[in-house]
Design a protein around this ligand. Structure first.
Ligand SMILES: Cc1cc2nc3c(=O)[nH]c(=O)nc-3n(C[C@H](O)[C@H](O)[C@H](O)COP(=O)(O)OP(=O)(O)OC[C@H]3O[C@@H](n4cnc5c(N)ncnc54)[C@H](O)[C@@H]3O)c2cc1C
Ligand code: SF4
Length: 477
């Protein structure tokens, strides 16, 4: 019998025999999950449990697998260090990990041959190996990368795109909601608002969500993929990370569907390439880095950031926030358990780095508050890319940015009482002030040649003392 882990729910994880599916609700007692994330996970498990080849067992803990006779003898290699230790201790026959576009052997071959790990090199290798969007040994369209066309600020008029696929809640949603209400009445605490569910929670729904995206939204994915538009929470993003991370969709079927859409003239190349890069590039890259950097990587804190997460993040409560970008991101997160890449990186992550929140706390918060958060996806994204807490193993410089960037790539500033151009004073933008304050407080970054211009700018500030005092006294955003 195959022991199936909770993120291995699709057919591409099946080894061919019967399936044992543990359902361990006590996981929700250990961490404070977004209510909609708990809902989606439980819905997906209960839905999979209905399949005829699956035997579901309710367990208080995964450790119960050691005491009961459940007959599990094999498994697909799980996606986290603790689960791999469990599978090993249970003496299961382990098959290589699935659910990504490359194997761990593909990665070790790449890493062994690389002078330096670089997403761009890994991505090109993936495209070539998979013969994906290729014309012989050359990329279709003659370019590997259309980023220069994909960095538009938010459109003046609302984006003209059909909304995302949304599930129709069913009887299973009702019973999952009742189960979660029952847990809450027993003292389990969630954050964020309850439903309606917005993400695919079964194989059939995941296929519908994929096809809706490919047919209606992929074409406009590229140009505005880095912009944030407060009128549109999902813009042209796919919302497929959650079903992919639950194992309901095989990322290879997702990228092949995107390639076919390009071949059929349904989606422009810049969008298809941009989308495929996110999956065979970034998604696989951060997965392999989770193993490559090792388990302790999640505890790195090279900038010595030791402040606790503020209550507005921990509670997802935007009530006291003045900064429109921050307040809108927190309330959208409370509403949907999801934000696209740029609010995660350049608003919430940028804020967390500027304000020196402890990296492991930030990492765990992202895992628990986001519907697609997993232990494997987060360390490279938060510790590395977002917080620069690894001292530069993942990125060549910190993604720190002030109000100038945010006023260009988002449309929050027009409705904000603060002024992105001001670094000191009543209406100073906390991102602009925070940017200079971050540089000032981290002089060790001066030796990074990519930070040369930033520090040259800092040296020219004639109000640095005032800014230092303002930021030392700051107790609101
Ligand atoms: C601080 C931070 C936290 C993040 N947390 C998560 C997370 O918990 N789970 C998660 O899957 N992604 C995470 N990402 C990456 C990215 O933000 C999400 O994958 C994306 O926003 C999900 O929405 P989507 O499916 O509409 O993505 P789209 O914009 O439609 O992109 C397509 C797919 O590309 C993949 N992808 C793109 N970038 C990344 C990346 N950096 N890492 C991994 N996959 C990527 C995802 O599978 C995504 O579904 C995080 C990024 C940052 C900076
Ligand atoms: S002015 Fe500053 S705080 Fe306000 S929305 Fe713009 S970047 Fe955010």
């Amino acid at each position: 019998m195959q022991l199936l882990f909770a993120d291995q729910l699709g057919p591409h994880f099946e080894l061919g025999g019967g399936i044992l599916l543990p359902i361990v609700k006590n996981q929700f007692r250990k961490r404070r999950y977004h209510r909609q994330k708990a809902h989606l996970i439980l819905y997906a498990l209960r839905s999979r449990a209905q399949d005829s080849n699956v035997t579901a067992v309710e367990l208080a803990s995964y450790r119960d697998l050691f005491t009961g006779d459940f007959g599990a003898s094999e498994a697909v290699n799980p996606t986290s260090y603790p689960m791999r230790r469990l599978a090993e201790a249970l003496e299961l026959k382990i098959s290589p990990a699935r659910g990504f576009c490359s194997t761990e052997k593909d990665w070790s071959d790449y890493a062994a041959s690389a002078k330096r790990l670089r997403l761009e090199d890994f991505y090109r290798r993936q495209r070539t190996r998979l013969d994906l969007l290729m014309d012989g040994d050359q990329p279709v369209g003659g370019e590997w990368n259309f980023d220069d066309q994909n960095r538009l600020p938010p459109p003046t008029e609302s984006l003209d795109v059909l909304g995302p696929w949304l599930p129709k809640e069913d009887e299973l949603d009702k019973s999952v909601r009742a189960e979660l209400d029952e847990l809450e009445s027993q003292g389990v605490k969630f954050v964020g608002k309850d439903g309606p569910r917005k993400f695919a929670g079964s194989r059939q729904q995941a296929l519908q969500a994929l096809s809706h995206f490919i047919e209606n939204r992929l074409d406009s994915f590229g140009p505005y993929e880095d912009a944030v538009d407060q009128r549109s929470w999902a813009m042209s993003h796919s919302l497929l990370s959650a079903p992919m991370n639950l194992g309901l969709l095989d990322p290879l079927e997702v990228v092949r569907a995107a390639e076919v859409a390009y071949q059929q003239g349904k989606a422009r190349l810049q969008s298809v390439e941009g989308f495929i890069r996110q999956i065979v590039g970034w998604r696989d890259y951060v997965w392999h880095l989770y193993w490559h950097f090792g388990e302790d990587y999640a505890n790195k804190n090279e900038l010595g950031a030791n402040n606790s997460l503020p209550a507005f993040m921990a509670e997802l409560d935007s009530g006291q926030l003045q900064a429109n970008c921050l307040s809108s991101s927190i309330s959208d997160l409370a509403e949907n358990a999801w934000l696209h890449h740029i609010p995660r990186l350049m608003i919430l992550g940028n804020h967390a780095m500027q304000r020196g929140y402890h990296p492991a706390e930030v990492n765990n918060w992202f895992i628990d508050a986001f519907v697609d958060g997993t232990p494997w996806v987060m360390p490279a994204n938060t510790i590395g890319m977002t917080l620069y807490a690894d001292g530069g193993l993942m990125s060549t410089k910190p993604y720190a940015a002030g109000g100038a960037y945010l006023s260009k790539m988002t449309n929050y500033c027009g409705d904000c009482p603060l002024n992105p151009k001001k670094r000191v004073g009543e209406d100073a933008c906390p991102f602009t002030a925070g940017y200079w304050n971050f540089l000032d407080k981290n002089p060790q970054l001066k030796s990074n040649h990519r930070m040369f211009n930033a520090y040259a700018g800092l040296r020219k500030l004639n109000d640095l003392d005032q800014l230092r005092q303002q930021e030392a006294e700051r107790n609101s955003f």
